[in-house]
Design a protein around this ligand. Structure first.
Ligand code: ADP
Ligand code: MG
Length: 476
């Protein structure tokens, strides 16, 4: 085996798209997810959790009311172990670059933008938290809606154009490689979401408020001081019995000042990697974590079916993204969207994203993976993956035969695969037409559009800006 089987690593997300419905309860442990209850408050009471929106292998994501702006946000709470907080800090830096670089760019609006970030101390450790605009279902859920038979072409074209615009912005203007493009990480934007959520969450919010008034609140709302972590010995909360939201700003300020004085006795200075991340604590979350079902916001149940014809998407999850100027060879991308240069362990950069985009668009059109490799008795998943790619693209560039750390494990000197001898060559347009019954003209056009992004030699692979000029996207 050329490399460790990555399914065994912490980054098991890389091996396949996740098929589990919800996060694993066992991951609610020291260094893992933060146990959240509906009604929990975060960032000194500013955010109130109303529902679960989703989860990933690194975090859980919640619908929360931002009481400061009286609007809703998606609150991403990252696992607490160092490797997760380290990558969250990187994610925040990248997201800040995305936000600041050029808000006028077309692609800016197709990348989910960071609103705020802070630390949250809980029973499993210190969690990096980020807030984002609330978005709807992912493209994976959208595909399910069409029973994995493919999304109508006109909708796919709109999605493809916007993904490419977002990616062109990330690559050319921000110098960022996403590294994990896949349907799960592209989310649908929902028009008038705020008005809908205000009505839809009114009851739960009322219930939470009533509960907060009746009981001493279970959540602490410690005041904010940068670079300071608080140790609180009791669960008594400084805002017990007070409706902090309804206070005037100046009153809140005075109260904060007062409480700061009170708690500074317990203050411990810690070295903070990002000085401006504020810390809030939540010591009294229940001892037993539970898995709360996600309730995804579905565009058609909020608006109408026609809204899909004017669909707007945003690229999300920069949790694995990196700067384009680095020299990388480590394994990236979820298996089915992984580019050949990554498989052979060669240097990769932003062109790797273009490969993933092509795999994703094929999947949106057909409902099935373009490449879905399996290990056999005489070959591993990587061998099979390269074989499937070769069956479609035929010739292997030199760069892959000898340019990767593991190239020799896969290829002989003439560029033939060592472990898989029989290849069934096929053309992409034939796969689309014969297997997925795409009409011949559409199959030709889609294949013509996708092939430049599936160029095995990454130096010849089409860029996002090049692809945006494609005729296939003309009426998107
Ligand atoms: P991870 O890094 O753990 O994979 P993601 O950023 O991909 O985390 O978020 C996990 C899931 O949470 C997403 O697949 C999606 O279902 C949901 N989610 C993330 N961001 C938002 C958002 N802004 N609005 C609505 N749901 C979101
Ligand atoms: Mg994700």
């Amino acid at each position: 085996m050329p490399k460790e089987d990555d399914s065994a690593s912490d980054y098991s997300d890389l091996e396949s798209i996740h098929s589990d419905v919800e996060e694993d309860l066992e991951d609610y442990k020291k260094g893992g997810y933060h146990p959240v209850n509906i009604g929990d408050r975060f960032d000194n009471g500013r955010y109130i959790v109303l529902r679960k929106l989703g989860w990933g292998h690194f975090s859980t994501v919640w619908l929360a009311l931002d009481t400061l702006n009286d609007s809703h946000v998606a609150l991403k709470i990252v696992k607490a172990a160092n490797r997760y907080t380290d990558s969250a800090l990187e994610e925040i830096k990248l997201l800040e670059c995305v936000k600041k670089t050029n808000a006028e760019s077309k692609g800016w609006q197709h990348v989910a933008q960071l609103l705020n970030h802070f630390w949250h101390q809980g029973p499993n450790g210190k969690h990096a938290c980020m807030t984002f605009e609330v978005l709807g279902e992912s493209l994976l859920t959208l595909m399910k809606r069409y029973n994995y038979k493919g999304i109508p072409q006109n909708i796919v074209k709109r999605i493809a154009k916007q993904v490419l615009e977002g990616l062109d912005y990330l690559h050319r203007e921000c110098g960022i490689v996403h590294t994990d493009l896949k349907p799960e990480n592209v989310l649908v934007w929902i028009p008038n979401i705020e008005a809908y959520l205000k009505t839809d969450t009114a009851d739960i919010l009322k219930e939470i408020k009533e509960r907060e008034h009746q009981l001493p609140s279970p959540n602490s709302m410690t005041p904010t001081t940068p670079n300071i972590e608080r140790r609180r010995s009791s669960t008594a909360s400084w805002h017990e019995g007070m409706d902090v939201e309804s206070m005037s700003k100046s009153k809140k300020k005075r109260l904060k000042k007062k409480m700061k004085k009170k708690t500074l006795d317990d203050v411990e200075e810690v070295e903070d990697k990002l000085g401006n991340l504020k810390i809030s604590t939540n010591w009294s979350t229940p001892k037993e974590a539970k898995v709360i079902p996600s309730s995804i916001l579905d565009i058609t149940s909020i608006g109408s079916e026609e809204d899909l014809d004017t669909i707007v998407i945003k690229i999300a999850d920069l949790g694995n993204a990196c700067w384009m100027d680095g020299e990388y060879t480590h394994v990236i991308q979820t298996r089915q969207y992984r580019s050949p240069e990554v498989i052979v362990g060669a240097k990769w950069t932003n062109e790797a994203d273009m490969w993933s985009v092509a795999c994703m668009i094929f999947e949106l059109l057909t409902g099935e993976f373009l490449f879905d490799p399996r290990a056999g008795s005489k070959y591993n998943k990587d061998d099979d993956h390269l074989a499937q790619i070769l069956e479609l693209m035929r010739t292997v560039p030199k760069l892959l035969i000898s340019g990767g750390e593991y190239s020799r494990d896969f290829f002989d000197r003439s560029g033939k695969l060592k472990h898989i001898k029989k290849l069934r060559y096929r053309r992409l347009r034939d796969v689309l037409h014969d297997t997925f019954l795409v009409p011949p003209e559409d199959a030709d056009a889609a294949s013509h559009f996708l092939l430049p992004m599936l160029e095995m030699d990454m130096t010849k692979r089409a860029s996002a800006s090049h692809m945006l000029k494609s005729t296939w996207l003309k009426d998107a």
